[in-house]
Design a protein around this ligand. Structure first.
Ligand SMILES: C[S@@+](CC[C@H](N)C(=O)[O-])C[C@H]1O[C@@H](n2cnc3c(N)ncnc32)[C@H](O)[C@@H]1O
Length: 249
């Protein structure tokens, strides 16, 4: 990726000219084909710049001891034991380990090598059904397609509609036909107290953000307002989306 930054992007002037010349659709379809990934990455802002450091510092307030209480009924309704799951942004692997214990074949991925190492250490399952990998979902080249993609708190770590759209597109590419994406994100109905938001960062997406990103690639099977964990007052959206056979823009 570092090399690709030097190829084709050039000076600030060239970058600006490219930006104005290339339409939204072209930016996503043509530039990545040329290997100019850093241009896309530069456009995509994230809430957090150094995930590895957060994991080194054990500064991971999103960690929960057990999986979301809402997950079990969703899995029972839409999936079959033995299905393959790609987890995106798996963190320390709480959900991935739980999926594997419950009979799913899990590839758990995260952009942070640090957290993948910690998750591997934490996992005590001698389990062929659980593998951890480092992966940036926005620049992924996973060839395999899965029955299910799961993300909790990964989509919402981005800040722009453009990033949400790209995320949904990548997820769709990693799913089999009619595959299911289960997504849990911070909810924009959380309190607007500025001080609390500064302290906690209050990751949030609106239903509109989700719909814009998801609908071109997925049918919306359900979206529900819930809370992160039983003890938590923090609202989330839990969405279940089915990959479309033909996507539209
Ligand atoms: C808020 S944490 C949630 C972690 C975990 N899912 C949980 O609920 O405990 C967001 C996770 O997404 C990961 N992440 C951020 N950007 C990513 C990307 N582009 N591709 C894959 N993972 C990413 C971060 O490293 C972090 O582990």
């Amino acid at each position: 990726m570092e090399n690709s930054c030097q190829v084709g992007v050039g000076s600030e002037g060239t970058r600006k000219a490219l930006k104005s010349l290339v339409s939204h659709r072209q930016r996503h379809s043509i530039l990545p084909d040329l290997g100019v990934y850093c241009y896309k990455t530069e456009m995509i802002k994230q809430r957090e710049n150094d995930w590895n450091q957060r994991y080194r510092d054990k500064d991971t307030p999103w960690e929960e001891e057990s999986p979301s209480i809402e997950l079990k009924p969703i899995l029972e309704k839409y999936t079959t034991q033995g299905d393959s799951i790609l987890e995106v942004g798996c963190g320390l692997g709480t959900n991935a380990i739980w999926f594997a214990k419950n009979g799913y074949k899990v590839n758990a991925t995260d952009i942070s090598e640090e957290c993948i190492q910690q998750a591997q250490t934490k996992n005590s399952l001698p389990n062929e059904n659980l593998k951890f990998y480092t992966l940036d979902i926005l620049n992924n080249n996973v060839q395999k397609q899965f029955d299910i993609v799961f993300d909790k708190g990964c989509l919402h770590s981005f800040l722009t509609q453009e990033a949400y759209n790209e995320f949904a597109k990548q997820v769709s590419g990693n799913l089999k036909d009619n595959g299911i994406w289960i997504s849990i994100s911070g909810n924009s109905d959380n309190p607007d107290d500025i001080e609390k938001r500064k302290a906690l960062s209050f990751p949030r997406v609106s239903l509109r953000n989700i719909a814009f990103a998801v609908e071109p690639h997925f049918e919306v099977l359900e979206v529900k307002r819930s809370r992160f964990g039983e003890k938590n007052n923090f609202y989330c959206w839990i969405g279940v989306f089915k990959k479309r056979q033909f996507f539209y823009e």
